[in-house]
Write a protein that binds this ligand. Structure first.
Ligand code: SF4
Ligand code: SF4
Length: 448
């Protein structure tokens, strides 16, 4: 079965939520919608305190090339535009706080297009729709989709990959979406292919999701036979773009490069569905499917949640935390980010909310001891790096050396730390090194 070089096989723990159909969570009484919830520049508010909004009303517009529009996720009144704790960024960032009104009305601009209207849309019009709908990569990276589907003119794109691998342990949101909305995903893929001037697309799904493979294959044969469903081996991080490209096409994205350089565009399955909804229903991205799971939550679920809903509200909807819950991670256990507040909002990139109780931690929490030079971390690094050395350089702040050894190419997948018998906090040291390098670059820029 096709796969990439390296990688690991962590326990999957998908059984907690994989058979839970997507449930729509009622809109909360208040949402907190960060203006920074995508890669790139924060959006600029176009509403003021006291304004009335509906679900789907634009509240902030993109600024510059890499940015994304932000919409209200509920109907109500803007109560404030303030700094608020963020699930990804280390410091509070500006967010629009909206208090729910009496009714949950949709913005009147949200109305379906006919099939004939959809077919008449030009690639440029579709790019604009995707940009205006504020769609970003829903696999976690949250890169603005309109930018990704506008590769440089000289890039010869020949392949569109729809990423349904969902390789992070515990997470099942994409699995459920593929099982429950296969036509939407396939139609989204067809729209994306049209933008890129392609005749077909591959939909890659890990082999631990046999139902999704069966259902999506059946739907593809009816809706768009040019969509080919490919089974990829269950291995972490199979869902990372570069690894998926290597597995499917045997092409290597160069160090520091992007998929378009080898003729490929990769879009997450949830993103393809969001594109379909934006084009077919004129629906902006104001809600998403989130897996709420782990031994620390009373009722694991896959939930369709409004962006800006606070973790505390999601927890109450899932029966509360279990008394022995110890840790809350936004995202999966490998690449997710540990949270220190339950007042943190769901953002567009939130694929999961994981509550651990210590019984199923994937990482040994042992004392960090000296490197044994066993080479395990080198053998499994999917980016072909030497994690032991890069982490050591980062620890001793030898940043130029770390850069020469490719620290920037580390995707922070955590595989090296997972296999290390010495309990070395490899990925933490690498992240530390990257933060120092980034801070130094910003200082240099400011001095210029
Ligand atoms: S060095 Fe980076 S890319 Fe390689 S295994 Fe470690 S975290 Fe993953
Ligand atoms: S896996 Fe750990 S002990 Fe082995 S070489 Fe890498 S850092 Fe050293």
């Amino acid at each position: 079965m096709i796969t990439f070089r390296g990688g690991i096989h962590p326990p999957e723990f998908k059984e907690l939520a994989e058979e839970k159909p997507i449930e729509t969570m009622p809109p909360p009484k208040q949402v907190v919608i960060p203006l920074s919830q995508h890669t790139g520049a924060p959006a600029k508010p176009v509403v003021a305190v006291g304004d009335e909004v509906k679900a789907g009303t634009l509240i902030a517009e993109p600024v510059g090339m890499i940015s994304a529009a932000v919409h209200s996720s509920i109907a109500g009144k803007v109560k404030g535009i303030e700094h608020w704790v963020h699930p990804v960024l280390p410091v509070p960032t500006k967010a629009v706080i909206i208090e729910a009104g009496e009714t949950d009305e949709l913005d009147p601009a949200i109305k379906p297009r006919t099939q004939a209207q959809i077919e008449k849309l030009s690639p440029e019009e579709i790019r604009e729709i995707v940009r205006d709908a504020g769609i970003v990569g829903l696999g976690g990276a949250a890169f603005p989709t309109s930018v990704k589907i506008t590769p440089p003119e000289d890039a010869a794109i020949d392949t569109l990959i729809i990423n349904g691998a969902e390789c992070e342990p515990f997470l099942t949101a994409d699995d459920r979406l593929m099982r429950e909305k296969p036509e939407g995903i396939i139609n989204g893929a067809r729209i994306l292919a049209k933008v890129l001037g392609l005749e077909g697309a591959c939909i890659a799904i890990e082999h631990n999701k046999p139902e999704a493979i069966r259902i999506v294959s059946e739907a593809a044969s009816k809706v768009w036979p040019a969509a080919e469903v490919l089974t990829v081996r269950t291995k972490y991080p199979q869902g990372a773009e570069k690894q998926l490209i290597s597995a499917i096409l045997g092409r290597e994205v160069p160090a520091g490069g992007l998929p378009f350089m080898v003729g490929v565009v990769v879009q997450n399955a949830g993103t393809a569905f969001a594109v379909y909804e934006a084009v077919a229903k004129r629906k902006p991205l104001y809600e998403r499917v989130v897996t709420v799971t782990g031994p620390g939550i009373a009722e694991p679920k896959n939930l369709l949640v409004r962006i800006g809903t606070l973790a505390a509200d999601v927890i109450s909807h899932c029966g509360g935390l279990r008394p022995d819950a110890t840790k809350f991670i936004s995202g999966g256990p490998m690449m997710g980010i540990a949270q220190s507040s339950l007042e943190v909002p769901i953002i567009k990139g939130t694929s999961g909310m994981l509550f651990l109780d210590g019984s199923r931690s994937l990482f040994k929490v042992s004392e960090e001891v000296n490197c044994l030079r066993c080479g395990h971390c080198v053998g499994i690094c999917p980016m072909k790096l030497v994690p032991a050395e890069i982490a050591r350089m980062a620890e001793y702040e030898k940043l130029e050396e770390a850069e020469r050894w490719g620290i920037a190419d580390c995707m922070e997948c955590g595989s090296c730390a997972f296999v290390c018998p010495s309990g070395r906090r490899l990925v933490q040291w690498i992240k530390y090194g990257k933060t120092l390098i980034f801070a130094e670059r910003s200082r240099k820029k400011e001095r210029k």
